[in-house]
Design a binder for this molecule. Structure first.
Ligand SMILES: *Cc1c(COP(=O)(O)O)cnc(C)c1O
Length: 331
C-alpha cells in the first residue's frame, strides 16, 4: 500500500523500471553513477512520457473522450508516445508538430514513422504558430470532435501539467522502494518540466532525502524554474498537497543547452557514442545526451560523496535524426 493517494491511472508502462550500476563510468569519474532505466517503460512506448500518460489518458477514458490531440517538435517523443498509447486504447490521435517549413514536411523517420504507423493524423505547424499551441490544440479538438462525432481530449505539451506530473510522483516512490531513504542526487533532462516537478513533489510528499537536479535542454534556468514551480502550484491547488516550492530553490543546470533544442554539438554525439561503448547504454540526442554531458562535466566539479542516479528518460527514436553524423563517430 502506498502512503500516497494517487488520482486514477491506467497501466501503460512496464514498472518498476530497473536501476543499474554504471560501473565502468563510475570508475572513470570517481563517483557512483546509477541509471534509472525509464527508457525501459516499453518498446514503442519507451520513455518518461508513458508515466504521465498513465494518468492523463485515464482521465480521458473516464470522461468518455474518443480521441486525443497533442503537440511537440517534429521528432517529439511525447507525441509518438501519445499516438502509440492512443492506438492501444482505441482512441483517435491528432498531432500538431512543429517544423520550419510545413509545406515540405520531414521524412517519416524515427518518431514520425511511428506516429504514421499507428495511424495518428499529423498537422505540421511553423515555430511561430507553435507559440499559440494551446489555442491551436483546442481549435483542432473542436473541429475533429464535430468531424468524428466524439470529443477530443487535449494533452498539453510534454504531458506536463498537474495531472501528468503524478507519473513522476510514482517514480519517486519507486526510487524510494529501490534505493531506500539514503541521500542521492537524481539528475534528469528538463524539456517541459513535468518530470522534474513530479520528482520534486514525490520527494516532498514522501520526505525523501533526494536532491533533484534538472538539466535544461532548451531555454534557461529562470524560465524552467518558473514553469516547474507553476506545475507544483497547480498540484497544490488541484490536489491540496503541500508541494509549493520557491522557483529559486529548484536546482537546474543551464549550461548544457548547446546549440539549442534538438540541435546536437559534435561533443554531445561523441558523449552518446562514448557511453554506448562503455556501458551499452544508448542515450538520445535531444535530452539524455545533453543531460549526460552536463552530469559528466558537473561531476568533475562536484566531488560529491553521494551516489548519482541518472534518470534515463528514453528518446531512442530521436537517433534517426542524427544517424549519419552519429555513425561517423564510429571508431
Ligand atoms: C520529454 C523528454 C524529457 C523531458 O521531460 P519533461 O517532463 O518534458 O521535462 C526528457 N527526456 C526525453 C527522452 C523526453 O522525451
Amino acid at each position: 500500500m502506498s502512503a500516497i493517494d494517487y488520482p486514477k491511472s491506467i497501466d501503460l508502462a512496464r514498472l518498476p523500471t530497473p536501476i543499474e550500476d554504471l560501473r565502468r563510468l563510475s570508475r572513470r569519474v570517481g563517483a557512483r553513477v546509477l541509471a534509472k532505466r525509464d527508457d525501459l517503460t516499453g518498446a514503442a512506448l519507451t520513455g518518461n512520457k508513458i508515466r504521465k500518460l498513465e494518468f492523463l489518458l485515464a482521465e480521458a477514458l473516464e470522461q468518455g473522450f474518443g480521441g486525443v490531440v497533442t503537440c511537440g517538435g517534429q521528432q517529439s517523443n511525447h507525441a509518438r508516445a501519445t499516438a502509440v498509447a492512443a492506438a492501444r486504447l482505441g482512441l483517435r490521435c491528432h498531432l500538431l508538430l512543429r517544423t520550419t517549413s510545413p509545406d515540405s514536411p520531414p521524412e517519416p523517420s524515427g518518431n514520425i514513422l511511428l506516429d504514421r504507423v499507428v495511424g495518428a493524423s499529423i498537422e505540421w505547424i511553423t515555430p511561430e504558430q507553435y507559440q499559440q499551441r494551446d489555442e491551436l490544440m483546442t481549435a483542432a479538438a473542436e473541429r475533429l470532435g464535430t468531424e468524428h462525432a466524439t470529443r477530443f481530449y487535449v494533452v498539453p505539451e510534454g504531458g506536463s501539467n498537474a495531472l501528468g506530473a503524478w507519473g513522476y510522483v510514482r517514480c519517486a516512490e519507486e526510487l524510494c522502494d529501490q534505493l531506500g531513504r539514503v541521500p542521492v542526487t537524481i539528475v534528469c533532462a528538463v524539456g517541459s518540466g513535468g518530470t522534474a516537478a513530479g520528482l520534486i513533489a514525490g520527494c516532498r510528499l514522501l520526505g525523501l532525502p533526494y536532491r533533484v537536479v534538472g538539466v535544461c535542454v532548451a531555454d534557461d534556468r529562470s524560465t524552467f524554474q518558473a514553469r516547474i514551480a507553476a506545475i507544483l502550484d497547480e498540484m497544490a491547488d488541484r490536489y491540496q498537497l503541500d508541494v509549493r516550492t520557491e522557483p529559486q530553490s529548484i536546482e537546474l543546470w543551464e549550461d548544457y543547452v548547446g546549440l539549442g533544442y534538438g540541435v546536437s554539438r559534435d561533443e554531445e554525439l561523441a558523449c552518446i557514442a562514448d557511453v554506448a561503448r562503455l556501458e551499452g547504454l544508448i542515450l538520445d540526442p535531444v535530452y539524455t545526451g545533453k543531460a549526460m554531458v552536463g552530469l559528466l562535466t558537473e561531476l568533475e566539479r562536484m566531488r560529491t560523496a553521494d551516489p548519482v542516479v541518472f534518470l534515463h528518460t528514453g528518446g531512442i527514436f530521436g537517433l534517426a535524426a542524427v544517424a549519419s553524423r552519429l555513425a561517423g563517430t564510429a571508431g
